[in-house]
Write a protein that binds this ligand. Structure first.
Ligand code: RNT
Ligand code: ZN
Length: 415
């Protein structure tokens, strides 16, 4: 407490209101992806496992295999993470009753009602995603852009079904639900036709988004390439950015693993803020490719959060996470990555943005640099620990003891 009070004073000297920062951090939801818990496997395919340009690597024991296990693991992780939480669900996590199964073009709200119950019990929001990968109807790496009309039909019907489900989830929780369309479509080798697949994708999206659904926030996620699809991606950045810009109500989701190595999402946020009232994010960490490593507290993550905070965009930028590592304890991976997103958010809330902006506008670049750098060594840790205490979660690395115990008691007993 003493350390917190003195840290608060040090920040106050820079004009930073620590109490306001703590409040803002605690009220900004982060959408935590359910798929870290089971390596993007889902419940609806017999031979589950990610395919379609994405890959999970590692075989750490204890993967969640059922709805019950995934819920338990999610709650364990959530109990060690401060802040407001949403669950980011994929359609392949449909919960079927005994002996029941329908394919993805036929799923309905009732297959997700158990998730809504879980969310309600725990005070979580929900976001949703069609699962256009890891399925036999992905033909030659293609879904919505396939030249085969029956393949396109299947995935269009799937995406339409997910929008209706998302809308009903929103109605049940009295909330808006983000529904994110990502497809793997691409080609391994030099294309003979780059335009045709994009025209087919555009027509498919028009059909998918035709039905107005008041509780859904629609978005599309671009990508630069996927494994096995190195030469061409149908849903490229330019394609989806233009699609979103010309289709009011459809937003462009930025995944920071989906751009060329020197492009940064932190710079894209203020560009899009000039044109869009919402920007959904997938926060991840790419090591040499879109590898979806666990999020760590690195400079670009802080920079992303700074752009959200200093542009007053906490209500406009929807923060979601997208990483999956099967080489370490999956519950710990969730906790590390999400605590880091929370840390970066709080850190950004504690920077003297107004002073720094004024210095930039007066071209006082030397002082701006000095101030920015001095702020980096303010006693952030003392504020973070107080934030965790107020949120009722462990303030230090002691949380790992709880995960280690859970591994011993629960995870290690899974076959
Ligand atoms: C893939 C995209 C996509 C997926 C999830 C599982 O490159 O990032 O968002 O990771 O939908
Ligand atoms: Zn993503």
């Amino acid at each position: 407490m003493e350390r917190f009070e003195s840290a608060k004073e040090r920040y106050a000297r820079f004009g930073v209101d620590v109490e306001a920062a703590l409040k803002a951090a605690a009220s900004k939801p982060i959408s935590i992806h359910c798929w870290q818990g089971d390596d993007v496997t889902g419940f609806d395919q017999r031979d589950g496992g990610a395919s379609g340009g994405i890959q999970t690597t590692g075989n750490y024991p204890g993967r969640a295999r059922t709805f019950e296990e995934l819920k338990a693991d999610f709650n364990k992780a959530a109990s060690l993470i401060p802040g407001k939480k949403r669950i980011n669900l994929h359609a392949c996590y449909a919960v079927f009753g005994p002996g029941e199964w329908v394919d993805r073009d036929r799923i309905e709200y009732r297959h997700f009602a158990p998730w809504v119950e879980f969310a309600r019990e725990n005070g979580y929001g929900i976001d949703f995603n069609p699962t256009c990968f890891s399925h036999p109807m992905v033909k030659d790496g293609l879904t919505l852009s396939s030249p085969d009309a029956s393949v396109r039909r299947f995935w269009i019907d799937h995406c339409k079904a997910t929008r209706r489900i998302a809308n009903e989830i929103g109605a049940q929780l009295n909330d808006k639900v983000l529904n994110n369309v990502w497809i793997p479509d691409g080609l391994k080798d030099v294309p003979a036709d780059r335009l045709g697949p994009r025209q087919r994708l555009k027509a498919a999206l028009d059909e998918i988004f035709a039905e107005p659904l008041p509780n859904v926030i629609d978005c599309v996620e671009s990508k630069v390439f996927g494994i096995g699809l190195e030469s061409y991606t149908v849903g490229s950045n330019e394609f989806y950015m233009s699609y979103a810009a010309s289709h009011p109500g459809v937003y462009n989701l930025l995944d920071n693993g989906h751009y060329h190595p020197t492009e940064v999402v932190s710079d894209k946020i203020p560009a899009l803020l000039c044109f869009f009232d919402k920007i959904p994010l997938h926060v991840t960490r790419s090591v040499r490719w879109d590898s979806d490593h666990v999020v760590i507290l690195e400079d670009e993550l802080k920079e992303i959060m700074k752009e959200i905070v200093r542009n007053d965009a906490l209500d406009k930028v929807l923060i979601g996470l997208d990483f999956f590592d099967a080489s370490i304890n999956r519950v710990a991976a969730w906790v590390v990555g999400t605590r880091n997103a929370q840390k970066a958010l709080l850190w950004a809330l504690l920077q003297p943005h107004d002073r720094l902006k004024a210095l930039q506008d007066r071209s006082e670049f030397t002082e701006k640099l000095v101030l920015m750098e001095e702020c980096k060594t303010l006693p952030f840790g003392d504020i973070w620990e107080e934030y965790c205490r107020r949120e009722g979660v462990p303030a230090t690395e002691s949380w790992y003891g709880e995960v280690a115990q859970y591994e011993k008691d629960v995870l290690s007993k899974r076959g």
